[in-house]
Design a protein around this ligand. Structure first.
Ligand code: FES
Length: 121
């Protein structure tokens, strides 16, 4: 069971929740289920308001599956470079910034940071 730890100035302290491994829930869905206020709007990878910063907390290499929408949106926000996209596709090295509505929880402990401002991770 992966631990997902949320860190934001909106909470008094970090909150760690247990996500179900192998489930297809997004970080945003896990956050909503646990009343973690990640800003969001479209829930479809098109507005960028659910921007988060993700840090792996274990040594597992879980790959970096980015949807085409996520890549395009992060690129338009200046939050991912062509080099980072190539690293994600070729070497499975995940980029730092992700969209919570597109990132599917995997069997890996992660730290999720966000500011509380839409698109402001
Ligand atoms: Fe719009 Fe995630 S909620 S991109």
């Amino acid at each position: 069971m992966p631990d997902v730890t949320f860190s934001t100035p909106l909470l008094h302290k970090n909150v760690t929740v247990y996500a179900v491994a192998g489930d297809t829930h997004t970080i945003l869905a896990v956050a909503e289920a646990n009343k973690i206020p990640i800003p969001h709007d479209c829930k479809d990878g098109e507005c960028g308001s659910c921007l988060i910063e993700v840090t792996p907390l274990d040594d597992k290499t879980m790959g970096a599956t980015l949807t085409e929408k996520e890549k395009a949106q992060l690129k338009s926000m200046g939050k991912i470079t062509a080099e980072e996209i190539a690293r994600a596709v070729v070497d499975d090295i995940p980029p730092k910034y992700r969209l919570a509505c597109q990132y599917v929880v995997r069997d890996q402990d992660i730290l999720v940071k966000f500011t509380g401002e839409p698109g402001g991770a």
